[in-house]
Design a protein around this ligand. Structure first.
Ligand code: ADE
Ligand code: ZN
Length: 346
């Protein structure tokens, strides 16, 4: 019988708010904003979430963001997305709020939508106990000055909203990272931690470039598996990868899920966490990522439990909370293992 990972305590460290909106919630916004001509039923929304390649994916993404028209919409989707995590026994999540499409095309004020998303996350914490932190994200496609401007926009919020990190996604094969050095320097100066998407669709050089920006973690980074020296360097610097196998299959970053390099990264000892990226658009969930790692990629149960624990170790949370969560993780996961006759590996 396949193992069900739903109740295993987990983190979610790589998730985009805009790519995680359940179809039902997006359909509510379609109706609210009188755009039923574009998607008359939930099934139409589901169909619009399909795409052919990475560039098309970024287009669909933009379409989704076009329904986030008011701060209330952000608060609503933030709460709905948080609920999807609560149902999977995710105790701690970092959710990226994208400031690219929303500010550039949606005309939003960055601080206003971050504040609104935070209200949704806090409501979920009060109702369900889940702890959520905000990562600010911008796309490479919008250029360095755009990100610098957004960092300035959110600076006054730092005492009010728990913004744990700055992140950058977008088209890595078109916009190399060295041009963003100033942006990441500023993020560090502001006291933010840093994760950056790199080596998702382009080669190892993109990950070397990412390391020059001093990130604590790297989003995807799967192309490191092509370069043993680079894997050694990730270990030496203790930089963890946020690996999202289903996303990689959906965007074409890997040709076949079965060929995903996760097992090679693990065998080399690279620190790894598991996440879902844009779960609504990739028809996945963090639970499913564990299932896929186990059933399709052959990652053993002990490794998967260590990966779940690694999530709590790598999360951008304060040390008091980390101690508390790791203690609770050990107690509860020991029981989870016991009922499944798995030896607790920690
Ligand atoms: N923005 C949202 N999802 C992304 C991904 N998988 N890669 C790059 N940018 C993104
Ligand atoms: Zn991502």
């Amino acid at each position: 019988m396949p193992i069900d990972f739903t109740n295993l305590p987990k983190t979610e460290l790589h998730m985009h708010l805009e790519g995680s909106i359940p179809v039902e919630a997006l359909f509510e916004l379609v109706k609210k904003h009188n755009r039923l001509d574009e998607a008359p039923t939930i099934e139409h929304v589901r169909k619009r979430y399909e795409f052919d390649d990475f560039a098309h994916f970024l287009e669909v993404y933009k379409w989704t963001v076009s329904f986030l028209k008011t701060p209330d919409d952000y608060e609503y989707v933030a709460y709905e997305v948080a609920k999807t995590l609560v149902r999977q026994n995710v105790w701690f999540a970092e959710i990226m709020v994208g400031l690219g499409n929303s500010v550039k095309y949606g005309g939003h004020d960055a601080a206003q939508i971050v504040r609104a998303a935070w209200r949704g996350f806090k409501a979920a914490e009060v109702q369900h106990g889940i702890k959520i932190r905000v990562q600010i994200a911008a796309g490479r496609d919008h250029g360095a000055q755009f990100s610098l401007d957004r960092l300035k926009d959110i600076e006054p919020l730092l005492d009010e909203v728990d913004i744990c990190a700055f992140n950058m996604g977008g088209s890595e094969h078109v916009h190399p990272l060295p041009q963003f050095a100033e942006v990441f320097k500023r993020a560090h100066e502001m006291g933010l931690r840093v994760s950056v998407h790199a080596g998702e669709v382009s080669g190892p050089q993109d990950i070397y470039d990412a390391l020059d920006l001093n990130p604590q973690r790297i989003g995807h980074g799967i192309r490191a598996a092509l370069d043993p020296t680079l894997m050694d360097e990730l270990k030496r610097r203790d930089v963890a990868l946020e690996v999202c196998p289903v996303s990689n299959e959906c965007t074409g970053a890997v040709k076949r899920l079965a060929d995903h390099p996760l097992p090679r990264l693990l065998a080399h000892g690279v620190p790894v966490t598991l996440s879902s990226d844009d779960p609504a658009m990739f028809h996945t969930s963090v639970t499913r990522e564990y299932e896929v790692a186990h059933e399709v990629l052959g990652v053993g149960m002990k490794s998967l439990i260590r990966i779940a624990r690694e999530g709590f170790k790598r999360a951008f949370m304060d040390e008091g909370l980390r101690r508390e969560m790791l203690g609770r993780f050990d107690r509860e996961t020991r029981k989870w293992c016991h009922t499944r006759q798995i030896e607790y590996p920690v």
